[in-house]
Design a protein around this ligand. Structure first.
Ligand SMILES: [Zn+2]
Length: 95
């Protein structure tokens, strides 16, 4: 797996869009693991073990399973339509 660089930019989380459950609109999820048997021959410990991979998230309300990676790829293919911007009048001169 390719190592990802840590982001250096500080992000104000309050400005970011929440991910919501596409079925019920809930904002809360729990991680769901997939587990792999790792044979002793290839295990770092040298003994049979289990590798846990956090693959999915589960909606805490309707229990729908979500695949975050697939959601990112889907949004890159179909970006949401940008909501109309709110233009505030500042009382300045019009050009
Ligand atoms: Zn849900």
């Amino acid at each position: 797996m390719q190592q990802q660089k840590q982001m250096q930019v500080k992000i104000d989380l309050s400005t970011l869009e929440n991910v919501s459950c596409p079925d019920c609109g809930n904002f809360n999820f729990t991680p769901v693991l997939q587990m792999k048997w790792v044979p002793a021959l290839v295990a770092p410990s040298g003994t049979l073990s289990i590798l846990e991979r956090p693959m999915f998230r589960q909606c805490t309300e309707c229990k729908k399973l979500l695949d975050p990676q697939a959601m990112v790829e889907d949004r890159m293919r179909h970006p949401p339509v940008e909501p109309p911007r709110i233009i505030t009048a500042l009382g300045g001169k019009e050009n």
